[in-house]
Ligand binder design. Structure first.
Ligand code: CA
Length: 238
């Protein structure tokens, strides 16, 4: 049976099964399409791949702080975020909202109450733009994360998987320094620790393909001892 209207997809980020499971069930009964993850890494991945209409985000996750996840999501998308907090102190509320969360819920909560809050947030947000999956641009450089294609002007770039992911990560944070450690853990391995030599090698390859030079970069700038920054080409930004 086909339905005319797609059920809003809610990404529930909560590691406590005793909360996540019944809440997902309540969401489903209320006509939503819930997906659940118990980790910060899972949240970031699913926020991108599953294109949720709203994210319910627990503050304390086994592999990270919900506030970092919130900040990261907000940098990349306008998806509404409702923070779940067990603490309920004034500071937590303020911090959550300052990070760009749309609302917060203090645990323990009633599913009915939260669902009405979710409806209100979705109403306020209006039609949701999916997670930024459209092409990323910087001057003549264009990268399409969904199609996994990249080009400079009319020239297609033939990038390896890692080169592509690396460039995408830098373009998502265009104008900001992305640390070596963040690049290693996001592009290579979430549990990465150790040498970043492989990163330099890949940056070198990427620059060659972009026609970029380390000494006078048009795109990828080295921030010594810290990381790399995708620079905005001249004339395009103030
Ligand atoms: Ca938790």
């Amino acid at each position: 049976m086909a339905t005319a209207i797609k059920a809003p997809r809610i990404l529930v980020v909560e590691d406590e099964e005793s909360i996540a499971r019944p809440f997902a069930e309540a969401l489903r009964r209320a006509g939503f399409d819930p997906i659940v993850t118990g980790t910060a890494a899972g949240a970031l991945e699913l926020a991108e791949s599953a294109e949720p209409d709203l994210v319910m985000l627990d503050l304390r996750l086994p592999d990270g702080d919900g506030r970092d996840v919130c900040r990261d999501l907000r940098r990349r998308s306008e998806v509404p975020i409702v923070m779940l907090t067990a603490r309920g102190t004034e500071t937590d509320k303020i911090v959550g909202l300052e990070l760009g969360a749309d609302d917060y819920v203090v645990k323990p909560f009633s599913a009915a109450e939260v669902i009405s809050r979710i409806r209100a947030v979705l109403r306020r947000a209006g039609p949701v733009e999916p997670m930024a999956r459209g092409p990323l641009r910087a001057g003549a450089l264009e990268l399409d994360p969904a199609a996994r294609t990249a080009r400079v002007g009319d020239r297609p770039l033939d990038l390896s998987r890692k080169e592509f992911d690396l460039l995408a990560e830098l373009m998502r944070h265009r104008g900001e320094v992305v640390t070596r450690e963040d690049l290693m853990s996001r592009v290579w391995d979430t549990n990465w620790f150790g040498s970043t030599k492989t990163l330099d090698v890949h940056i070198g390859w990427l620059r060659r393909k972009l026609g970029d030079e380390a000494a006078d970069p048009a795109y990828i700038e080295t921030v010594r001892g810290v990381g790399f920054r995708l620079v905005a080409p001249e004339g395009e930004e103030p």
